[in-house]
Write a protein that binds this ligand. Structure first.
Ligand SMILES: [Zn+2]
Length: 184
């Protein structure tokens, strides 16, 4: 269950972009960026090849936010970016299940600018609510992908089910290996 409502689409988009651009095995091709925009509810049909580098740059810019271990560092990064990305709030109601909602850039703004504004604001809202408890780098060994948890429970520590399972299996084997003789 999503608790941050409409705002979580910018969070999911930020995670997908950072992983696509900076994660091992990530795909930051034009096709992958277009797919990311479509899956995260952005106006993907406006994507043009000339936008690609700006998206990749934004992915690299956001990565340190997910890597931050001190709230203070994350906040100063977000504040710096908030100064660089001018916001012009705009009420929108475009066939969205969320109904009327706020966009942080007007429809006339370039797609890359709207994407920066939305991801930045949604991450900022998440941090105001939960500090750094909902975001981070995957806890699985050897995985550098980032995650954000917008579920009610908020206990996520892995980028994917695959990483969670792999880590659990490894921990289980380690426990069996270390267990005293005579165990089953
Ligand atoms: Zn992972």
């Amino acid at each position: 269950m999503q608790i941050t409502g409409y705002g979580s689409h910018g969070v999911a988009a930020a995670v997908a972009l950072v992983n696509g651009v900076t994660g091992e095995g990530g795909d930051d091709s034009e096709d992958a960026l277009r797919t990311l925009l479509r899956e995260c509810g952005f106006f993907w049909s406006q994507f043009e090849p000339r936008h690609a580098e700006a998206f990749r740059e934004w992915g690299r810019t956001l990565r340190p936010f997910f890597e931050a271990t001190e709230l203070e560092d994350a906040v100063s990064l977000l504040n710096e970016l908030l100064l660089q990305v001018p916001m012009h709030p705009h009420l929108a109601d475009h066939d969205d299940p969320a109904g009327l909602h706020i966009h942080y850039a007007p429809p006339s703004a370039d797609l890359t600018h709207r994407f920066r504004a939305t991801t930045l604001m949604n991450l900022s809202e998440l941090v105001c609510k939960y500090g750094l408890s909902r975001t981070g780098v995957c806890a699985a060994e050897g995985c550098d992908r980032v995650y954000a948890d917008t579920s009610r429970a908020g206990r996520r520590r892995f980028c994917s089910e695959a990483c969670a399972n792999r880590t659990n299996v490894a921990a289980f084997r380690a426990r069996r290996r270390d267990a005293p003789e005579g165990r089953s």
